[in-house]
Design a protein around this ligand. Structure first.
Ligand SMILES: NC(=O)c1ccc[n+]([C@@H]2O[C@H](COP(=O)([O-])OP(=O)(O)OC[C@H]3O[C@@H](n4cnc5c(N)ncnc54)[C@H](OP(=O)(O)O)[C@@H]3O)[C@@H](O)[C@H]2O)c1
Length: 249
């Protein structure tokens, strides 16, 4: 029987690490001994999180990153290598969700979701894949969503972006799976900042859907990343779906 891998000393790059699931994942993996490299746009938040991690005895660094720009993600990867050495794991976690019915024609918001949620992870893959292939090892994980499995009203474009990533990942896994692991973590509703600055009408509708539900704590999702990473090198957890127990859809 093969053993699980220690997370200690793994170099793990996490995008969207300035809040919510990314922040919780950075803190959790650092508490397990990983050297974490945080990327997002808000420098102040990243700095505060890195200080909290290092104060707790962990290893963390950050670089302001916009996942929409390939050069920015490449610079994040270069920063990770410079500070901690070769990247063992990339977590493509940055994502946005603008709620709204399709007939509201929020065309700019649609394009932005496509940029951040699809092109963002692709930029992440482009930034780390060549060096992972050269080393013959590595792990690419993307935060998808349960809505990658079934479309949802008021989230039609968002669910389309998450479904696109699911298919991109499956193709990537078949191409590079001989040496590089490819995983997705697909959460249900979690208490984070996502969607909270949206169209109030759509937000109210969603709040009604979630009424009485205890949503996921971001740490619940962070533990799913840790599980996937800690499996033996010969085991690739392709996807973990993690829902609040009482969430039906
Ligand atoms: N919360 C849920 O219910 C839920 C359910 C399923 C899936 N998800 C997925 O979980 C992931 C994390 O979201 P969250 O729920 O934790 O929400 P969140 O608290 O809003 O976190 C989103 C993160 O993405 C970053 N981000 C947004 N645009 C970016 C850009 N252009 N470049 C770099 N970073 C960017 C944000 O940082 P900056 O603003 O500082 O850049 C922030 O750190 C997303 O992929 C989301 O789709 C969430």
């Amino acid at each position: 029987m093969s053993d699980t891998q220690p997370i200690k000393d793994k170099v793990i790059v996490i995008t969207g690490a300035s809040s919510g699931i990314g922040e919780a994942t950075a803190k959790h993996l650092a508490s397990l001994g990983a050297k974490v490299v945080l990327g997002a746009r808000r420098a102040e938040k990243l700095e505060t999180i890195c200080i909290a991690i290092t104060d707790a005895g962990g290893s963390a660094t950050y670089k302001v990153t916009d996942v929409v720009e390939l050069e920015s993600v490449t610079a994040l990867a270069a920063h990770a290598i410079d500070q901690f050495g070769p990247i063992d794991v990339l977590i493509n976690n940055a994502g946005i969700n603008t709620l709204g019915a399709i007939d509201k024609l929020q065309v700019e918001a649609w394009n932005r979701m496509i940029d951040v949620n699809i092109k963002g992870p692709l930029n992440g893959i482009a930034a780390v894949l060549p060096s992972m292939q050269a080393r013959g090892s590595g792990h690419i994980i993307t935060t998808s969503s349960i809505v990658a499995h079934q479309g949802m009203s008021l989230m039609a474009v968002y669910s389309g972006t998450k479904a696109a990533i699911r298919f991109i990942h499956d193709g990537l896994r078949q191409e590079v799976g001989g040496s590089i692991r490819v995983s997705m973590v697909s959460p249900g509703g979690a208490y984070t900042e996502i969607g909270t600055d949206d169209d109030p009408e759509a937000l109210e509708h969603l709040m009604k859907e979630f009424e009485g539900l205890t949503l996921l704590d971001p740490l619940d999702v962070a533990r799913a990343f840790a599980f996937a990473i800690s499996q033996p090198a010969s085991v690739d957890i392709n996807e973990i779906i993690v829902r609040p127990t009482a969430q039906q859809a």
